[in-house]
Ligand binder design. Structure first.
Ligand code: MN
Length: 315
């Protein structure tokens, strides 16, 4: 999916890392995807641009629809990142310039590694359940890996750890001695947490990671705070155990990783380091170079927005 920012956002990541446990609430922004699907963008926000290598988090739905395609994102390019698509309800169809076509359903993972460049489309398939609820996240690739050849992987099943009071699905990286089969390029965790109604869950964390929580359904009580959907809760580092209490059926995304330690530039669908790279990627998309063509999508591809001003201006 696409981040339609009109100018690149510098990421003063190093200054924001909290080495001790905190609970910082950063309200998500409302954004519109494709023909009109409202979503909540929890990363990047003004106060928080990275959590470990995670640089983008969209939460869409839940919605019910009777006809049409609530998700219809025409072919567009990416560089320098991985996209992580995870559904709670419904289905999405991915097509990319490597020739992969992949239908994703709840409990499965679509992982696209853009590396030096890929293009893809994402849409509601013709045969559908009439509902959609999910998340899409981006992982910034570290400098030494960000020019790798593009790849796409679909994972049918992921490890689930049962705890007293709930369970966790390890989508990417490692959590509670389970490891996702998904390929990761830096120390990372991305997991779906389920906490039973009025239950307590003690989740072991890597205390050397930064973490954040986004509640998708229900309410979480954490250290005297009430965590609700629509906000990214940055947790800092240094917690070996996260003690959550659920209210209602709770579903949440846990994201984290070792502090990324690199400044990234994000513009449109590109994660880069310099304004020149972004301008080059935009030019290559315009001139139909580098990214290849997405076959089988009915419609025109997305045009890149205009570059406004000098894309590398540090603010
Ligand atoms: Mn995309």
């Amino acid at each position: 999916m696409s981040n339609l920012a009109s100018s690149p956002q510098p990421d003063p990541c190093a200054a924001e890392i909290r080495s001790a446990p905190v609970i910082e609430g950063h309200p998500a922004r409302e954004a519109i995807l494709g023909p009109g699907l409202k979503l909540r963008r929890a990363l990047p926000t003004t106060g928080r641009r990275l959590v470990g290598p995670w640089c983008f988090l969209d939460h869409f739905g839940p919605i019910a629809y009777e006809s049409g395609k609530p998700v219809d994102v025409a072919p567009h390019p990416h560089i320098g990142l991985q996209t992580v698509t995870w559904l709670i309800e419904g289905e999405l169809l991915h097509k990319d310039s490597l020739g992969y076509e992949s239908l994703i359903r709840p409990g499965e993972l679509n992982l696209m590694t853009a590396g030096r460049g890929i293009a893809h489309s994402e849409e509601t398939p013709p045969q559908n359940s009439g509902r959609i609820h999910g998340v899409q996240l981006w992982v910034a690739l570290p400098d030494i890996e960000r020019h790798v050849a593009p790849t796409f992987n679909h994972y049918d099943s992921l490890p689930v750890v049962q705890f007293e009071g709930g369970r966790a699905t390890t989508i990417i990286g490692e959590l509670a001695e389970t490891r996702s089969p998904a390929t990761a390029y830096s120390p990372i965790v991305g997991a779906q947490l389920i906490v039973d109604d009025r239950a307590s869950l003690a989740l072991p964390l890597d205390s050397g990671f930064e973490h954040a929580l986004v509640v998708l359904e229900g309410v979480i009580h954490l250290e005297g705070h009430k965590l609700l959907p629509g906000t990214l809760y940055y947790l800092g580092m240094g917690r070996g155990t996260l003690r959550l209490k659920g209210e209602g059926l709770v579903r949440a995304m846990l994201v984290g990783g070792a502090p990324f330690g690199e400044q990234v530039l994000m513009w449109w669908n590109f994660v880069a380091r310099t304004p020149e790279e972004i301008a080059q990627a935009r030019e290559d998309w315009l001139r139909r170079r580098r990214f290849g063509e997405v076959r089988g999508y009915a419609g025109a591809r997305l045009e890149a927005p205009a570059l406004q001003g000098h894309p590398g201006t540090r603010r």
